[in-house]
Design a protein around this ligand. Sequence first.
Ligand SMILES: [Zn+2]
Length: 259
Amino acid sequence: MGEIADQSLRDVEYTHRWYRVFLERLQSDGYRFRSFDDRLTDGDLVARHDVDLSVGAAVEMAHIEADLGVQSTYFLLVSSPLYNVFERETREQIAELEALGHDVGVHFSTHTYWPADEQPSDSDLLRAVRREQAALAAVANAPIETISFHIPPAWVLDREFPGLQHTYEPQFFSEIDYVADSSQRWRDQHPLADELGAHVQLLTHPGLWGETDAPFAARIEQAIAAACRDIGDLTRREFCVEGPVAVATTAEVSEESDV
Ligand SMILES: [Zn+2]
């Protein structure tokens, strides 16, 4: 590992405190935080978040960034099994991300549509992406055109698709310093081990970070537990206002229930 002068950054902790110090370091190194819509010049950094696990965790990170005057982009997994962008609380959280000055865009899972080793035609890919962008546009104020691919299959890496801007195309991937916290790999590979270049893309996954440190597997389990709890709370509130579920007669069910 290269020399990490700042003692508080030396050992990577997946905590909000560490993330804040890390951003401050990038700012003091002179990086400007830009949007994927900007034309990058020397000293520009695009900060991206793939929201795989928790929109609530994204909002926490978004507040830290806004505090520091950092602008970033949150890519929402429209096909997520853990959250639903149309659900009210999630819509409010997406509005909060935008109100804090950040961009939002689609985190697109090819795996929802095609096996990883089966590349669709460009037109099939574009059609599926446009559908999910339309879905996000229904709940966000101004989603950006750029998408990020979820668990990217090899056929998306370092290539361009007609009519589609994405975060793994050469200008944001091979032609730039690309630094990602995937699977909490920074514990072994410090993001500042090598000096960063003139253009940087920084990827972090908000769900891997928290108030206190925790390993990758624990974060996954925390996200599953939180999502299950939220689903339970929302569903009980919606259907069990009077407390325990009442046993309805068949006639009542057919007349009154749309479940
Ligand atoms: Zn992802």
